[in-house]
Structure formats: C-alpha cells, structure tokens
Design a binder for this molecule. Sequence first.
Ligand SMILES: CC(C)(COP(=O)(O)OP(=O)(O)OC[C@H]1O[C@@H](n2cnc3c(N)ncnc32)[C@H](O)[C@@H]1OP(=O)(O)O)[C@@H](O)C(=O)NCCC(=O)NCCS
Length: 150
Amino acid sequence: MIRHGVPGDLEGLMALERRSFGPHEGLFSRRQIKRLLASPTAAWFIYGDYWGACCMLISANGRARWGRLYSLAVDPAHRQQGIGRKLVQAGLAWLGSQHVSGCRAEVKAGNASARHLYESLGFTEVEGLPHYYGLGGHGLRLTKKLDSPS
Ligand SMILES: CC(C)(COP(=O)(O)OP(=O)(O)OC[C@H]1O[C@@H](n2cnc3c(N)ncnc32)[C@H](O)[C@@H]1OP(=O)(O)O)[C@@H](O)C(=O)NCCC(=O)NCCS
C-alpha cells in the first residue's frame, strides 16, 4: 500500500498538498516538492492513490546524520484510518535503514491531531518556534531517537 515517490508523482503530490493543508499551514511549493523528489538524500512515501504522503530528508553535519520529516498529509476523506501513522512509521524505518540516529519535525502548535500522532510515535516536543508559520502561527520542534520504541 505504501510506495516510494518518483519524479512523476509531482502533480499527484501537489494536489494532495492542496487538499490537505490550509493557506497558512506550511504548504510546499511545486519547486520544493520537485527538488525533494529529485534529491538523492530524500525519500517520499505515498499511500494508495495519493490518499496520503510524507517525505524524509537526511541532513548531515560531520559524522552526525539525522532525518527531517516534511509534508505529512492525509487526504481529508481518508483520515483517522491509521494512514498517517503508517506513513511516518515507514519513513522512520527507512531512516533506520540509512543508519540515521534521529528524526526532527515541526508542527503548528494548534495542530492537535498531528501532535497526538507524533507523541504516540515517540516524538518529544523540544522547542517552541514563535511565528514559524507566519505572524501568530507558532510552531513546535519535535525530535525522536530512532532506537527508541514507537
Ligand atoms: C495529521 C494527519 C496527517 C493525521 O493523519 P491520519 O491518517 O488521520 O492519522 P492516523 O489515523 O494515523 O492517526 C494516528 C494518531 O493520530 C492522532 N489523531 C489523528 N487524528 C486525530 C484527531 N482528529 N484528533 C486527535 N488525534 C488525532 C491520534 O493520536 C491517532 O492515534 P489513535 O489511532 O490511537 O487514536 C492528518 O490529520 C492531516 O493530514 N492533517 C492535515 C495536514 C497536517 O496537519 N499535517 C501534519 C503537519 S505537521
């Protein structure tokens, strides 16, 4: 049910983003999605017929390597069926296979569903990000060690 994204998924992912995010919720641009689809250090995970997707990007600083979770989105018609959880778990498993020791993510402070999901997967909220999503759109940074249980 979950497959890796390829460059030909650009339009499908754009449409999913538009269905899933409001205007001030960190919608990715076509250029950002295209760049991530082409990046050798990123992987997209797509569920069903664009019912849901997320992206993991590996960053490195010296010997340290960590993952960034981007653009987790589930089509409103397919929410609360476990798809978001399966996508993040697939992304975390991929990071583990790439010998990455941790994962970071950002979430809007008011996004209760995403915060519950991340917490239940073992992420910890480590830092407030004032106005991260524009004026008044406060965010939170989360981290997860990949050897911790989820
Ligand atoms: C956040 C989002 C990805 C969740 O996807 P989903 O497929 O509905 O989530 P799941 O069905 O896998 O739910 C997993 C957990 O998330 C939490 N959750 C999901 N929807 C929830 C809701 N409406 N209220 C509270 N918690 C919720 C629960 O902890 C749930 O665990 P449970 O099944 O034990 O109750 C989805 O709501 C979405 O795409 N929202 C818009 C885009 C967005 O906010 N993306 C995240 C950006 S950081």
